[in-house]
Design a protein around this ligand. Structure first.
Ligand code: 0O2
Length: 234
C-alpha cells in the first residue's frame, strides 16, 4: 500500500513537529499512559501483525472448507509521518501524542484483497465476531460507493496487543476490496496525487475512471454469479 504525501514537509518542519510531539510526551512523563513516538509506532506495528495473523488463520480455514483461497493477498502499512501530520493539521487537531492516538484511526492499515465480493462480507463478519475485536466504525463504500466510483469496505477496529507486562488496545483500519476494486483504486490514487496533469485533462480522466468503476462493479457481479452457478450446479 504505497503512501504518497501531497503535502511534503521539509526535514526541518518535520523535526520541529516531531520534537513538539515528543515535548508533549516529556511534559506528561508523570502520566504513564503517554508514550514516546517510537513506542507508539511499535504498538501500531504489533496491531498490524495481530490483524494480519487473524486473516491468515481465516484464510487457512476457509480455503480447506471451500477448496479455494478467499483472500488473494494482504497488504499492510504504517502511515508515514508526513501523512499523519498532514491529517492532524487538516483536522485542526492539537499536535500531541494523545490526540494522535485518539483521533487518527488509520496509522495501522491492513488491506485484504479478495476474489469475490461475497468473500469480503464473509471475512469481515468472521473477523468482527472474534471476541477481542471491537468495531469502532464501519464504512461500506461497496453498497454506497463514493461519487468518484470508489468501492471498498472499511472497518475501524480496536485490537489488543499483548506486551511484556500489559495488554494495550490499538486502533487500526482494515480495508476489504476485490481485485477489481483494488485495481481501480490504485489507478485513481495515482491520478489524485499526480500534480502535473492539467485541470481539464484531470477532469476527463476522473469521468473516465467513474465509468470504469461501473464496469468494474458489473464485472464483480458477473464473476460472482458465474462462481455461484458453478458451485450450485457442478
Ligand atoms: P492512503 O495513502 O491509502 O492511506 P478519516 O480517516 O475517517 O478521517 P476519511 O477520508 O473519511 O478519513 O476515511 P475513509 O473514507 O475511510 O478513507 C480512508 C482511506 O480509504 C484513504 O486513506 C484511502 O486509502 C482510501 N480511500 C478513501 N476514499 C478513496 C478514494 O476515493 N480513492 C482511493 N483510491 N482511495 C480512497 P488515505 O489516508 O487517503 O490514503
Amino acid at each position: 500500500m504505497p503512501f504518497n504525501s501531497i503535502y511534503q514537509l521539509n526535514a526541518l518542519q518535520r523535526e520541529h513537529i516531531k520534537s513538539r510531539l515528543l515535548a508533549d510526551d516529556a511534559n506528561c512523563l508523570e502520566n504513564e499512559k503517554k508514550l514516546p513516538i517510537e513506542n507508539l509506532m511499535m504498538y501500531y506495528r504489533c496491531a498490524i501483525m495481530e490483524i494480519e495473523t487473524k486473516f491468515c488463520v481465516l484464510n487457512e480455514q476457509l480455503s480447506l472448507l471451500d477448496e479455494r483461497n478467499p483472500i488473494e493477498n494482504i497488504r499492510t502499512r504504517l502511515k508515514s509521518w508526513d501523512s499523519v501530520i498532514k491529517k492532524m493539521r487538516d483536522k485542526n487537531l492539537p499536535l500531541t501524542l494523545s490526540s494522535l492516538e485518539e483521533n487518527i484511526h488509520d496509522i495501522a492499515g491492513v488491506r485484504v484483497i479478495c476474489s469475490f465480493q461475497e468473500d469480503i462480507y464473509r471475512l469481515a463478519d468472521s473477523f468482527l465476531r472474534q471476541d477481542d475485536i471491537k468495531l469502532i466504525r464501519r464504512k461500506d463504500y461497496i453498497r454506497n460507493p463514493k461519487p468518484n466510483g470508489y468501492r471498498s469496505l472499511h472497518l475501524i477496529v480496536e485490537v489488543p496487543i499483548f506486551l511484556k507486562d500489559e495488554t494495550r488496545f490499538m486502533k487500526a483500519e482494515v480495508q476489504f476490496r476485490t481485485i477489481a476494486m483494488d485495481f481501480w483504486a490504485s489507478l485513481e490514487h495515482k491520478l489524485r496525487y499526480k500534480k502535473d496533469i492539467p485541470e481539464d485533462a484531470a477532469e476527463l480522466l476522473a469521468e473516465e475512471l467513474q465509468a470504469c468503476s461501473e464496469i468494474s462493479a458489473d464485472l464483480d457481479r458477473r464473476m460472482q454469479q458465474i462462481k455461484n452457478k458453478m458451485s450450485i450446479e457442478f
